[in-house]
Design a protein. Structure first.
Length: 191
């Protein structure tokens, strides 16, 4: 009988732990999306995503479309294009972003390229190294990604607000699970 109770208690603890794993990061992801940008920061950082050859992936294209809309609404904002070149990419994510934004009418004088980073943490750290010292920035990224990006921005001393780009339906289930794990890892290791 004691063994059965131990198994029941263990099962309840596991279920509660899994529930917390799902709910707490999920709530943070939703909260981050509510911190909508209003043009108060001079710089907006567009976080990179996959480039297929020289063409922005659908995720990156959605981020760029959101960036064009924001940049048009707030013409004083400078855009930092953050993303290096992966082994399977023909150009850096920053270069792909630069080309897209130029084609969509954003003046090159408003674009600052950071083309060395390989992670969200590096996107922000390397961007901080190439722009003037500021108290805060706007982060433009996929909706699911903003909680982790804002947490990492706080780690380097920045306040932030956000522009949320939609997530492609084809990857939504995968990234929501992966992002919860990434958010937990970021909370634990601070990067």
């Amino acid at each position: 009988m004691k063994k059965a109770w131990k198994i029941i208690v263990l099962a309840v603890l596991i279920i509660a732990g899994l529930g917390m794993f799902w709910m707490l990061p999920g709530e943070r992801i939703k909260q981050a999306q509510q911190m909508k940008a209003n043009g108060k920061y001079e710089y907006a950082i567009i976080l990179g995503a996959k480039v297929n050859g020289e063409v922005p992936s659908l995720s990156l294209r959605y981020r760029l479309e959101s960036a064009v809309e924001y940049a048009t609404q707030f013409p004083h904002v400078q855009l930092v294009l953050a993303g290096g070149q992966g082994k399977d990419e023909d150009i850096s994510e920053a270069e792909a972003m630069y080309r897209f934004l130029q084609q969509h009418g954003i003046a090159k004088e408003r674009l600052v390229m950071e083309d060395q980073s390989t992670s969200t943490s590096e996107n922000l750290q390397f961007s901080q190294n190439i722009i003037p010292e500021v108290a805060g920035v706007t982060i433009i990224s996929s909706d699911y990604h903003l909680a982790r990006a804002r947490f990492l921005a706080r780690q380097i001393g920045w306040e932030s607000d956000v522009v949320a780009a939609k997530t492609p339906e084809s990857i939504k289930a995968k990234v929501l699970i992966r992002e919860r794990l990434a958010l937990l890892k970021t909370w634990l290791f601070r990067r």
